[in-house]
Design a binder for this molecule. Structure first.
Ligand code: ACM
Ligand code: ZN
Length: 554
């Protein structure tokens, strides 16, 4: 048995690897995220027509990993590995078993020898992540459904012991500013699964379009999902130029169910975001009576923050939002519902008699406390339905709702403050994980919102704030990258901005900090690129290093 400890930097090793796996003996395979440990053994396991998959039981969840692996094998070979329940390993087979030796819910031990593959895990999730590791060890041909005559599939013998650093590893996607076909959303989810991320945050409503069918309020999609045109270029100073082309669309409830089911089959929870009290023009264009002034409004053709928001003084606002959330809750089985809460100007509330009455009646000091009251009311509703509220870090202003989880986006201050108040936090600071920022020098790049966030800078981010005590640190659930789409009109462009920076975030969420190494990540990425090519993903292929730091060093 030849043992090679993981984490010898492997840069040059991989550049010569052509097929995305590493069957030649001893080489450490290119895995993203890097596992906690990997030891190479001698030889390869070869999948044949006799290779079947044995799992502890045939219940739907336990089957997922086995069916996923069977499909991967089937794709280029046409083989149909049998999936059966059993407690004994067989030669030439993949044997999955629940094992108390694995302590982490998402952890696994993967043992590949020339004779068999064994996966031990505490839960079905662990089986699935082991299969994603196997997927990265398999030739890239497994990524598309084209049978190749005589195709042999093998994986190098090794032992991988693995578990995530954080329980929350997410990617967000804004489909309000621009929307993407269900097929693109599924590809996005699949890339998250490949890299062991477990959450897809779907930003479904905003000023520029409401994108989810709500049966009780048909105008949300008849009116709120369409804008008459879109601003051209940056929404800085006037005069503004518009493209004159109507833009819009929405996801039907059946499509939403399809996406949620697809994500579930990859152990990804979808968190829907329904923005309130601000970023509400999609809803207010359809139902202007929910605003302070009564409108009329249009779905916004321009980017930015709008003064008109949901009126906090009207009972009708809450009846509407609770009805909407009731349908949303039925569609999304996950624990969390995101209510936005960011960038809500208070100018209308300051002048609105009903909002002012609400402040007075409830003994509130100001409009910030009114927003907090608003969010707390929504939280009570969500809790009554057995769900938990997430909001952007503005929900700290005026006081946090008692059980709220905070997404820290304006840097890390909000997250630190929330953790100190014993609230759970997801770190998503714009300076490190906003993937709508330029990923290299802007010259020659498609127009982006601004910023400069090369892969190296994304990779360097450590979501765990040092200023927190160990007890407070337990409230940092994890990390998420955000893809805002004002300047991202197509699926190809969206993938170009998201990938590979999202893969760096996946590694930050999974791999122990002590094992992170950017040059090594780059080397592994070089190998995995062939897999992304095979999967038809349009990732960014330019300069990944932080050239501004390099320039400063000179
Ligand atoms: C945000 O970027 N407005 C959360
Ligand atoms: Zn009002």
């Amino acid at each position: 048995m030849k043992m090679i400890l993981y984490f010898i930097p492997v840069i040059m090793m991989f550049l010569s690897c052509s097929n995305g796996n590493s069957s030649s003996e001893g080489k450490i395979p290119a895995l993203i995220p890097a596992p906690v440990s990997i030891s190479m053994l001698t030889g390869d396991f070869v999948f044949t027509k006799n290779s079947n998959i044995i799992i502890p039981s045939l219940d739907a969840e336990t089957r997922l990993a086995a069916d996923f692996l069977a499909q991967l094998i089937n794709n280029p070979t046409g083989l149909t590995p049998d999936v059966s329940a059993g407690t004994k390993a067989r030669k030439r087979s993949v044997f999955m078993s629940f094992d108390t030796a694995v302590k982490n819910d998402e952890g696994y031990i993967l043992t590949i020898t020339p004779k068999r593959i064994a996966i031990q895990a505490k839960t079905a999730v662990g089986f699935f992540y082991a299969v994603q590791t196997i997927r990265q060890l398999l030739p890239v041909e497994v990524e598309n459904k084209k049978v190749i005559e005589g195709m042999a599939l093998s994986v190098p013998a090794c032992i991988v012991r693995d578990e995530p650093r954080f329980i929350y590893r997410g990617m967000h996607l804004d489909v309000s500013r621009h929307m993407f076909p269900v097929a693109t959303i599924k590809d996005y989810i699949d890339m998250l699964a490949l890299h062991k991320m477990n959450t897809f945050h779907w930003h479904l409503t905003d000023d520029q379009g409401w994108r989810i069918e709500i049966k009780k309020y048909p105008k949300l999609t008849e009116v709120g999902a369409f804008r008459k045109e879109t601003i051209v270029g940056h929404a800085g100073k006037p005069p503004f130029k518009y493209d004159g082309t109507p833009y819009g669309g929405f996801y039907t409830q059946d499509e939403v169910k399809d996406v949620v089911a697809y994500a579930k089959s990859r152990f990804i929870t979808v968190i829907p975001e329904i923005e309130m009290p601000g970023h509400a023009m999609g809803a207010l264009a359809a139902y202007p009576e929910l605003s302070c002034t009564g409108g009329p409004f249009e779905v916004n053709p321009k980017w930015g923050v709008m003064p008109d928001v949901f009126c906090a003084g009207k009972e009708g606002t809450f009846a509407f939002l609770q009805d909407v959330l009731t349908e949303v809750i039925d569609l999304f089985p996950g624990t969390y519902i995101h209510i936005g809460g960011d960038e809500c100007p208070k100018t209308r509330w300051e002048k609105c008699p009903l909002c002012q009455k609400r402040i007075k009646d409830n003994g509130l000091n100001d409009e910030n406390e009114l927003q907090s009251w608003f969010v707390q009311r929504m939280e009570k509703f969500l809790i009554s339905k057995g769900r938990k509220l997430i909001g952007w870090d503005e929900i700290l202003e005026g006081g946090l709702a008692p059980e709220a989880t905070v997404m820290s986006w304006r840097g890390t201050k909000g997250g630190i403050a929330a953790a100190k108040q014993k609230h759970d936090v997801i770190m998503t600071p714009s300076s490190s994980v906003y993937l709508d920022y330029y990923q290299c020098e802007p010259a020659g790049e498609p127009l982006a919102i601004g910023g400069y966030l090369p892969l190296e800078k994304v990779y360097a981010y450590n979501p765990m704030p040092e200023e927190l005590t160990p007890e407070e640190q337990k409230h940092i659930l994890g990390v998420q990258g955000n893809v805002w789409t004002e300047y991202i009109p197509t699926s190809e462009h969206m993938e170009y901005m998201a990938f590979p920076r999202a893969f760096a975030i996946a590694e930050t969420g999974w791999t122990p900090d002590r094992l992170k190494d950017f040059e090594d990540f780059l080397a592994r990425l070089e190998v995995l690129k062939k897999r992304y090519d095979a999967a038809g993903i349009n990732y960014f292929r330019g300069e990944y290093r932080n050239m501004r730091v390099a320039a400063e060093k000179k």
